[in-house]
Design a protein around this ligand. Sequence first.
Ligand SMILES: [Zn+2]
Length: 430
Amino acid sequence: MPETTFDPAAAHPQQAEFSFQVGTRLTDGEGNTLPGRTGTITTPHGQIKTPAFIAVGTKATVKALTPVQVQELGAQAVLANAYHLYLQPGADILDAAGGLGSFMGWQGPTFTDSGGFQVMSLGSGFKKVIDMKSVDQSGPDDAVAPGKERMANVDEDGVWFKSHLDGTMHRFSPEISMGVQHQIGADIMFAFDELTTLQNSRGYQVESLERTRRWAERCIAEHFRLTDERSTKPYQALFGVIQGAQYEDLRRKACRDLGAMAFDGFGIGGALEKENLGTIVGWCAQELPEDKPRHLLGISEPDDIFTAIENGADTFDCVSPTRVARNSAFYTPHGRFNLSGARYKRDFTPLVDGCTCYACQHFTRAYIHHLYKAKELLSHTLISIHNEHFTVNLVESARQAIEQGTFFEFKDEVMAKYYAGKPDPQGQPA
Ligand SMILES: [Zn+2]
């Protein structure tokens, strides 16, 4: 077969169906322009005003919430995971259903994570990006966390991995990931990349980054081929994923390499320590094309949100609001508290006074405390509604503050209150 010459920098005509407009730029007190900005992403299923928090719906559901609840709490888009949906129920099922949005009954924009992270991290036992701060940086390249079996093996062409569900062996490659993500049909997809850990040597990071670059080219080629083959479907945007761990030169190189390719936007992923989050996002924002959106993959807490926005992330996702809700933790402007405490037994105030979410408008802490103690599933739903609303609202307020030129005042005010470490002022004494 003759070698085909594919130019990864050449755009596809259908890419015009996806766009990003930069709005107001963040400035410091002296009038200098910073990487942060507002903007609007336009997809075939609607617009996303950025910066935006993207609700996580890993298995085509935001845990414990109906799509109407997700919409009413203010979320603009949902991010599902290609790895999980590939294993169960199978990407062909979503394709037959008309894609992720129709399958799950969500009418707005959708994202899928490529599956690279899950394929490579579920087996190694290392947790999501920012949780990796405790990792010893000098370990061997094939390290796994204590008590874990390595379940993924990377080669030049792709990855063999073991299903976390039933132990069966599966193969992901750039082409397979693109095929799976086209079948799932989200508006925004991510290129298949290799996840390294902070424990990998610099030599391995360099090698891996080159592989991720070659995989990025293969992802674009296969993505455009599938776009032509499935030309009656709405265009699905493809974001390249920036790796490079904690190394400035590697992160910048990855941005320049992938930034020159015909991606619709970029994801900032991989190993990074919480304290370096802003610095790394900042390097990427300096190098990546200004007119394309940047998604920060997987963050955790309110301080990360401000750091991400300030340094130029347009969208980000986070499992915390629903995950902690299932352990009865709820967000307030004064920090996160645990509703299981006995102090809430007779607390007939809402989770947060003045909160406009459905849970706070209709229910008291005492009632939700009771539901949680009685192991009633409605406690998960109500706390998840509140926590998602709290997070969406925080990001929306930050967006408005950028527009009004008051971002840093807003940030200082929120952070001072949230991290003051005071007991819940609205609650009963402990
Ligand atoms: Zn609320």
